[in-house]
Design a protein around this ligand. Structure first.
Ligand SMILES: *Cc1c(COP(=O)(O)O)cnc(C)c1O
Length: 402
């Protein structure tokens, strides 16, 4: 028998913070036949994706450049375009993702300076300001910051980081990773003075993994023009072309683009504000449930400050002796709910629930019920009434029926 055939009835609920559930309309669009490379319809799809991403990023002028690569590819694009060999970058500490981005910069030959990251705490703008003030010679070329660090589910105040750069009167470019936050919470590229934003397909943009992008303003493009680091595929100035084949340094990822065009339409039809409000409402329901589960001290929310908890993902710490691998394996195999484990220093100590993208109330209640069933099957001592709390929070924040 084909081992890929499903062995159970019903659907699997995918609740990782990427990949996320892909809407049927997006999957259908992705199954269309490819265009020939000169078809004006392909040009139109690419332009619709660029314009839609600009609107979501709240930028008028930044150039959207997309890659047939995951988010790590887009990280590398920012690194090799902006940082000269041995060049300095200040990476604002937020968690595992800021740390691995710093390591990627070092792997490309740059010199990464980090501000301290405290698990579950947002970026400290004061530390960014101090590090920039200490750089009297203005050797730091760029500040890298992650809006939502997916390892702990913490969201940082990106505007406050920009203000810290301005207070230090430092000319560094500001580069922000919005991979886990774009379309789940507000991002204001122009108003917050962000020079480069980085995103990927498989989070709140509701596509399968395999595509990423950078949005690059004129200041960053001109810095890239003067940067001698060798690169071809990632080169922003080579990609600045009206021709699709040049924009992608080769054949565009047509299926992903056809999917992205539809997912951006879905987001706009619902309305950006409504999409963010839905994410906030659902994330609050998750937090309320986890707080109830944690009443006996067996588990807890990693991000203590409610204002810093992301609308995309919730990371849950577990007491020693409770194995997150067992939690997510049982949840997947017994209850058909797919969760994520801990990353980096949190491996073996944390499990994570993704609640971003194509998600509604029924889906999150199904997910929470599956997690509760798993925890009870494992005899983890948890508080009663978590699902009731989640329902109450959802109902308290429900928009009117139209
Ligand atoms: C998922 C993620 C990445 C990496 O994306 P990949 O597609 O896995 O390379 C980078 N930054 C953040 C904040 C993420 O959540």
């Amino acid at each position: 028998m084909n081992p890929n055939l499903p062995t159970t009835a019903g659907i699997k609920l995918l609740h990782t913070p990427g990949p996320t559930h892909v809407p049927d309309l997006v999957r259908n669009a992705m199954s269309a036949q490819p265009f020939d490379l000169n078809d004006p319809r392909l040009t139109a799809v690419i332009e619709n994706c660029e314009r839609g991403l600009q609107r979501l990023l709240n930028t008028q002028h930044a150039n959207v450049m997309m890659y047939t690569a995951n988010g790590h590819g887009a990280w590398e694009a920012a690194i090799v375009n902006l940082l000269p060999p041995g060049g300095k970058v200040l990476v604002a500490g937020s968690g595992h993702f800021s740390e691995t981005w710093a390591q990627a910069a070092e792997g490309c030959g740059a010199h990464a300076i980090r501000t301290e990251a405290r698990a579950g705490s947002p970026i400290d703008p004061g530390l960014v300001e101090a590090a920039l003030r200490a750089d009297k010679a203005h050797e730091i070329v760029a500040v890298f910051a992650v809006q939502t660090d997916t390892s702990t589910g913490v969201t940082s105040d990106i505007h406050a980081v920009r203000q810290a750069i301005d207070r230090a009167q430092h000319p560094a470019l500001f580069v922000v990773d919005v991979v886990a936050s774009l379309a789940a919470t507000r991002f204001e590229m122009d108003a917050w003075g962000v020079n480069v934003a980085i995103g990927a397909s498989q989070k709140a943009l509701m596509l399968p993994p395999g595509m990423s992008f950078t949005a690059v303003d004129e200041k960053a493009l001109s810095a890239a023009r003067n940067n001698p680091t060798p690169r071809v595929y990632w080169d922003w100035n080579l990609r600045k072309s009206p021709i699709g084949y040049r924009k992608f340094c080769g054949t565009p990822p047509e299926s992903h683009l056809m999917g992205l065009e539809v997912s951006l339409q879905l987001i706009e039809r619902e309305g950006h504000e409504a999409v963010f409000a839905r994410h906030l409402r659902i994330s609050r329901a998750v937090h309320a449930a986890v707080e109830r589960w944690g009443e006996h001290g067996a588990l807890w929310l990693m991000t203590k400050d409610p204002a810093a908890r992301s609308t995309s993902i919730t990371a849950i710490g577990v007491r020693e002796g409770i194995d997150p691998t067992e939690i997510y394996t049982l949840a997947r195999e017994r209850f058909h709910v797919a969760l994520a484990g801990g990353l980096g220093p949190h491996s073996g100590k944390v499990f994570r629930i993704g609640h971003l993208g194509d998600i509604n109330e029924a889906m999150i209640l199904g997910c929470l019920a599956g997690v509760e069933a798993t925890l009870r099957l494992m005899n983890v001592p948890i508080g009663d009434g978590a699902l009731e709390r989640a329902v109450a929070v959802l109902n308290a924040h429900m928009p009117p029926v139209r």
